[in-house]
Design a protein around this ligand. Structure first.
Ligand SMILES: [Zn+2]
Length: 124
């Protein structure tokens, strides 16, 4: 008996980075970001630790809103996985002051919503 691809299989081709470690959605395994794009692991997400990323893919943007974060009121947009609609974090649209400007255009991804594609070097 061989396993055949069923009708629920997504036809959409999701970008793959060969030979580069990536973070994937923990729910549907869509590729979300290159591990190289990680800026910091010491951010806070909504429910736990968060990763600040330079860029991310396969995400849908939610509505922009003002949100009070630890470092002030930021304009952010929640981001959702293209594959499964799970909320994975948010996109920083606008920061409240110069000290926070470096976050603009970056992504905060909830650590517990991500898995590494290869389980190499789990460092915590
Ligand atoms: Zn997903």
């Amino acid at each position: 008996m061989t396993q055949t691809v069923n009708a629920d299989t997504k036809a959409q081709v999701i970008a793959a980075y060969h030979d580069h470690p990536v973070f994937q959605c923990s729910t549907c395994s869509a590729t979300i970001a290159l591990q190289d794009e990680l800026i910091s692991k010491s951010f806070s997400g909504r429910d736990g630790r968060g990763y600040l990323m330079h860029s991310a893919i396969n995400l849908k943007m939610g509505k922009r809103e003002e949100r009070g974060l630890l470092t002030g009121v930021h304009t952010v947009a929640d981001v959702y996985c293209m594959g499964c609609n799970e909320r994975l974090g948010w996109h920083y649209v606008k920061a409240p002051d110069n000290a926070q400007k470096y976050k603009e255009g970056k992504y905060l991804l909830e650590r517990e919503k991500l898995v590494k594609d290869n389980a190499w070097k789990l460092d915590e």
